[in-house]
Design a binder for this molecule. Sequence first.
Ligand code: FAD
Length: 408
Amino acid sequence: MAEFTMELNDEQKEVRDWLHGFAADVIRPAAAEWDEREETPWPVIQEASKVGIYSLDFYAQQYFDPTGLGIPVAMEELFWGDAGIALSIVGTGLAAVGVLANGTEEQIGTWIPQMYGDPNDVKVAAFCSSEPDAGSDVGSMRTRAVYDEAKDEWVINGTKTWATNGGIANVHVVVAVVDPGLGSKGHASFIVPPNTPGLAQGQKFKKHGIRASHTAEVILDNVRVPGSCLLGGKEKLDERLARARERAKAGGERVKNAAMATFEASRPAVGAMAVGTARAAYEVALDYAKTREQFGRPIIDNQGVAFQLADMRTQIDAARLLVWRASWMAINGRPFTAAEGSMSKLFASETAKKVTAQAIQILGGNGYTREYPVERMHRDAGIYTIFEGTSEIQRLVIARTLSGLPIR
Ligand SMILES: Cc1cc2nc3c(=O)[nH]c(=O)nc-3n(C[C@H](O)[C@H](O)[C@H](O)COP(=O)(O)OP(=O)(O)OC[C@H]3O[C@@H](n4cnc5c(N)ncnc54)[C@H](O)[C@@H]3O)c2cc1C
């Protein structure tokens, strides 16, 4: 087990500086344009692909860093550049992780390369779990997958919503109900290959923030996929469902804990994205406060402004520490006895909202215009308290973990 450290080693510093350079030179200058266009920034994804930032290999390398700091450092730098563009770059990873977590080696080898494409023909992928009536309440999912034994095909019907890259993805990973009696334990994940009939994009959402990231409904109308598209395979699914039925009878505790551990491990990455956005806004505000003069002196000369900056920086550093702690725990298999992963996401996302709002205040009228980036950063920051579990759901998970009670 790696010791917990806050000191990046030389290799980590090199990766951080390289990503920071890409974020500063390529992402940040393109941010305002793609926010206005509300379109996927394909040329920036292509640029990221050319330099090696848009590939499974890169993220896998960061993930397996034994200190746990590889992913949070990468996310912080990319999202420091711009949240919408960075999500367009890392969004495919959601679907890739879905395949890595549940797929066979053959499925991983077949589908993940098709999710990313190559620098001359970049592709994206989508992970489709949320539905109009199943957001926080995943157990209410209705999208149904039924096995057609005669043809060895699965038939999927339903409507997914809020899917990042939904409808424009080359490969969609779709979560569907295979055993309605088992609630969320009766779900399975399927690959929907490129150009499969029956899959269509529904409404594309016009959003408050992260507007460079495509978010849409995905309609599945009698979508037929080969048996080989069930992630993990039929035999494993049947075994898992049989175990879930047994455990449901015995109270369901072990299954619940396994699912919780997965979220605890993935949530710090969202926390790191929030830290990146918060830091970006804080830096703009600090520079501005040092140069903007009112009453014959820089506005930072006033405690009313300087103390705000002190609070902003303190909260950002505290958020990063929580994120790094949880990331270290995840890679080293430490039990999340206080839901430390959820804690890091909760604190970092709320910090990003607060700090970006304070940055607007420090920039005064300029902060409220699109001439300066902080209003965009504030709009972007709103997403962190919503996706990968809302702040209320994080508090629920933390409270349940601490109390051992089924708090509602
Ligand atoms: C831009 C964007 C991108 C997304 N990308 C994806 C994606 O790629 N794939 C995907 O599957 N999903 C994605 N999502 C969906 C996201 O995960 C959901 O929006 C989120 O889980 C919340 O679900 P909901 O929007 O239905 O809100 P609801 O669950 O309806 O919640 C509404 C409000 O009620 C509160 N609430 C609900 N239940 C409780 C409770 N028990 N106790 C206290 N408060 C509660 C919530 O905290 C929230 O404040 C994305 C969403 C957005 C906005």
